[in-house]
Design a binder for this molecule. Structure first.
Ligand SMILES: [Zn+2]
Length: 192
């Protein structure tokens, strides 16, 4: 009699525990996915006014997206406010100093005086986007440094941030104290 009651009960209990294990594993995977999504900040950019520099800006965006994990730059869909606006004009290349946050807004000016002096437009675009992401100038500096800007030399075509520059941007968009830093907002002018 006891066995007749216990057996179905044990079967029921083991089925329940299997269900619970399955649910827990799925919940853990979903939670990991959510925290990954939370860790990565997406910033939208609008290069609609970048004129002849539009492909250079796109190449510079690809460099940044391949270089860091905590922040990703995406073209702003129609109707979506862009955190980073890129505008071609006749001045010096310049940009607001970030790190810009979702809902904030900074501008990169692809000033034609930089390319007129012979500097590489993809390096200029990547450098100015570096300012948007919070990196200050580190001038003078070698070509291996993106933020050395024009002091890297007129023949310097390196558009990739070095390890220190990548680490600083990762920290600005990471979960640590630097991840809370407000955008500086000053305009940094890259006069040659
Ligand atoms: Zn600069």
């Amino acid at each position: 009699m006891l066995r007749r009651i216990l057996t179905p009960l044990l079967i029921a209990l083991s089925t329940l525990s299997l269900t619970l294990v399955g649910t827990t594993a799925t919940a853990a995977a979903e939670s990991a996915e959510r925290s990954q999504a939370l860790r990565q900040t997406t910033l939208y950019y609008d290069s609609g006014q970048a004129a002849e520099y539009i492909d250079d800006v796109s190449a510079a965006v690809d460099v940044w997206n391949a270089s860091v994990d905590n922040v990703r730059l995406e073209p702003a869909p129609a109707g979506q406010r862009a955190e980073i606006r890129i505008i071609a004009d006749d001045g010096w290349p310049r940009a607001h100093l970030g790190p810009v946050r979702p809902g904030g807004q900074v501008t990169v000016w692809m000033g034609r005086q930089g390319t007129a002096e012979g500097h590489d437009p993809v390096r200029i675009a990547a450098h100015e986007l570096g300012h948007s992401l919070g990196l200050p100038d580190t001038k003078p500096g070698p070509c291996s440094s993106l933020m050395s800007g024009s002091t890297g030399g007129v023949d310097c075509t390196n558009a990739e941030p070095n390890a220190a520059e990548r680490a600083r941007v990762e920290a600005y968009y990471g979960s640590g104290a630097a991840g809370q830093r407000a955008a500086d907002g000053r305009v940094v002018v890259d006069r040659v």
